[in-house]
Ligand binder design. Structure first.
Ligand code: FES
Ligand code: FES
Length: 154
């Protein structure tokens, strides 16, 4: 076992983990952060996307030990003082979900896109989301939501 200390959604946790434990399993099974979901086991779907030191990563592709000493934000850490994050609000207002399974990862990735490019074109949004799959194929409203959040200056 290896001892790690990670800040997740603003709280610091110290735990002993197997060196092979994936970050997504640590988040879900040790910390109970089940808002981050697993859609594949091949790093393809993006459902498990979180932020590691402010940048999006697929948490099924990162070892928990790699997060030692770092800061992780999950979908559960976005709302502040009971207020949804503007990207969450945009997804809600644009009906950018069907079953909702891909939504946590989509939102985390969408926030990351706007960090680099606050005013993306539709093509740039689609390219930025290409690592995130929606089995319900609800891409049109997802792209609309990201554009709406960008327009709102988020
Ligand atoms: S569960 Fe991580 S990419 Fe699919
Ligand atoms: S809304 Fe169902 S997978 Fe995207």
């Amino acid at each position: 076992m290896t001892r790690i200390t990670v800040t997740v959604d603003g709280s610091t946790f110290t735990d002993d983990v197997e060196p092979r434990t994936l970050l997504v399993h640590y988040l879900r099974e040790t910390l109970g952060k089940t808002g981050t979901v697993i859609g594949c086991d091949t790093s393809n779907c993006g459902a498990c996307t979180v932020h590691l030191d402010g940048r999006s990563v697929k948490s099924c592709n990162v070892l928990a030990v790699q997060a030692d000493g770092h800061e992780v934000t999950t979908i559960e850490g976005l709302a502040q003082n009971g207020e949804l994050h503007p990207m969450q609000r945009a997804f809600h207002e644009c009906h950018a979900l069907q079953c909702g399974y891909c939504t946590p990862g989509m939102i985390m990735q969408a926030i990351d896109i706007l960090k680099d490019n606050p005013d993306p074109s539709e093509d740039e949004i689609r390219a930025g989301l290409e690592g995130n799959l929606c089995r319900c194929t609800g891409y049109h409203n997802i792209v609309k939501a990201v554009a709406a959040a960008a327009k709102a200056g988020e």
